[in-house]
Design a protein around this ligand. Structure first.
Ligand code: GH3
Ligand code: MG
Ligand code: MG
Length: 257
């Protein structure tokens, strides 16, 4: 039962008793005074209860406001974390092709070195350069050249695992990092990338005799014993193989010695 009802009931009984029950030694005036005192006490008590309730309501409103602010702050933090993740991704991506950029390459190579050290995994460092690409720009314009670059990245990405990467190394030269056990696997992976590019069948009349966009590919197999060499030395090995592929007639794969 509500404390106020209990209080009111008690007061009513008290007042009724004072007014109605005869035989005490109180005078009529004394009774009236007592009734008034009783009524004042009841009113004061009810007012006190009312004030307490008001304070409780205010408290409740404050708590709700605090919870609302807390929820808003949580949502802001989540949005901030999302924007941060997006920025991190954007800072590591080539805006034209969507390939990973050189910042990401340096980070991924550190990770690959760690895996090689711990697990003895082999790493394929593959350099891929489009053949006579300058002619695409000269014959069909720079924008057409740009869309070829995008298509090439998409085609190469389709040949590698989700946790492996294609990196834009320079203008129309790409680097691919793949996990391979030996030279046979490396050659097969290089060949998949090469044929993915020619398989796009993008017309390129400046690239005789194929008449479609092709790529030359150079692969270097990196093992535990190569951990002492720098990233640049690894790139140089892949680049030398790429140079040999260009020299050998383009649209072909060569592996570093
Ligand atoms: P090679 O077979 O010897 O590799 O011949 P190439 O013409 O591909 O090589 P070269 O280095 O002479 O030319 C590369 C061209 O790539 C020159 C440049 O205009 C073009 N290129 C570089 N970056 C971009 C780009 O972002 N967009 C476009 N459209 N072209 C680019
Ligand atoms: Mg080229
Ligand atoms: Mg080039």
């Amino acid at each position: 039962m509500d404390p106020r009802s209990v209080l009111a009931l008690a007061a009513m009984i008290g007042i009724w008793f004072l007014v109605a029950v005869p035989g005490t030694e109180l005078t009529a005036e004394g009774r009236a005074d007592l009734v008034i005192v009783n009524l004042v006490a009841v009113c004061a008590s009810l007012a006190g209860h009312g004030l307490l309730e008001l304070a409780a309501i205010r408290n409740h409103v404050h708590v709700r406001k605090i919870m609302q602010l807390r929820r808003r702050a949580d949502a802001n933090m989540q949005e901030l974390a999302r924007v941060h993740r997006r920025l991190e991704e954007t800072a590591r991506t080539d805006p034209l092709t969507g390939a990973r950029n050189r910042l990401r390459l340096a980070e991924d190579l550190r990770t690959a070195r760690g895996r090689m050290h711990r697990l003895g995994e082999g790493l394929g460092v593959v350099a891929l350069d489009l053949d006579r690409f300058k002619q695409v720009n000269d014959l069909r314009g720079h924008l057409a050249g740009d869309s070829v670059l995008k298509a090439v990245v998409g085609a190469i990405q389709a040949t590698i695992r989700a946790d492996e990467g294609v990196y834009r190394f320079g203008g129309e030269e790409f680097l691919i990092l793949i996990r391979v056990a030996d030279a046979t696997e490396l050659r097969a992976a290089c060949e998949r990338s090469r044929s993915a590019v020619s398989g796009l069948a993008i017309e390129h009349l400046g690239n005789r005799p194929h008449d479609v966009v092709t790529a030359s590919v150079g692969g270097a197999l990196i093992r535990n014993a190569d951990l002492a060499a720098s990233d640049d030395e690894w790139f140089a090995r892949a680049d030398a193989a790429l140079y040999a592929a260009k020299e050998g007639g383009r649209n072909r794969v060569e592996l570093a010695a």
